[in-house]
Write a protein that binds this ligand. Structure first.
Ligand code: ACO
Length: 209
């Protein structure tokens, strides 16, 4: 096993309920598929372009292969694939990827939250839990994220947890059928005076249950 995997993180409380993170499970297939097919319009503009239709890519039958490749990456220490739970129910995913150790000690973080759980601080709380884990048990020095400039909700989430803007990556990623510019944001341990969860507690955005 690698530092920080598997992980059960939280909960913290937001007005919508208790937010926690746990490893992906094989039996997440049906809820994962149901939410992603229902929320296509909410998710597709921000996600990497895939092959085949959205329905086919997000069919229940695709989860076992995805689950198994994410778990394999987690076992070799390169990823931390987590489910975001709201009051114990599947509400989205948070993934830490491209974990590199040695003199880099870096990784990226990404997330999505079901539309009906949105706008209530769930992504912000989940991101705070994930970041504290990165800088804690996982032992990273730097975590970065990339976001389309048009993705105002995600940019608001990144700003709330303290990410700094580092620049614009031109035509960086194939998203929603085209090469899209992305803003690069990052946090290093030097940026943090306290844990990210403590920062949100002080800002009145989360409480401890
Ligand atoms: N313009 C400006 N701000 C907005 C807008 C908008 N159109 N829509 C929402 N916001 C703000 C909200 O006001 C809120 O900020 P506030 O608390 O200061 O008021 C913030 O965005 C949302 O915060 P949360 O409630 O914590 O976030 P939520 O749980 O709604 O999840 C997320 C946000 C993850 C972006 C969700 O909408 C989603 O899954 N979208 C589709 C997939 C996606 O974009 N994923 C992120 C890709 S980028 C990356 O992973 C680094």
């Amino acid at each position: 096993q690698h530092p920080g995997w598997p992980a059960h993180l939280g909960p913290v409380r937001v007005p919508a309920g208790r937010v926690s993170l746990r490893p992906i499970r094989l039996r997440d297939a049906s809820v994962w598929s149901r939410i992603r097919i229902r929320d296509r319009a909410h998710l597709e503009p921000w996600e990497p372009t895939g092959r085949g239709s959205w329905e086919a890519r997000n069919h229940t039958s695709n989860w076992p292969a995805l689950w198994s490749s994410l778990k394999a990456e987690a076992r070799r220490g390169a990823m931390i694939p987590l489910v975001i739970e709201l009051d114990g129910n599947f509400a989205g995913q948070l993934t830490i990827g491209n974990i590199v150790r040695g003199a880099l000690r870096s990784g990226w973080i990404g997330y999505w939250v079901a539309k009906d759980a949105g706008g209530q601080g769930v992504a912000t709380a989940a991101l705070a839990l994930g970041l504290d884990h990165c800088f804690g048990a996982v032992g990273l020095h730097r975590v970065e994220a990339t976001v389309r400039p048009e993705n105002l909700a995600s940019r608001a989430v990144l700003a709330k947890v303290g990410f700094r803007e580092e620049g614009l990556l031109r035509r960086y990623l194939d998203v929603d059928g085209g090469w899209r510019d992305h803003q690069l944001v990052a946090l290093t341990t030097e940026d943090l005076q306290s844990s990210v969860v403590e920062r949100l507690i002080r800002a009145g955005r989360v409480t401890l249950p």
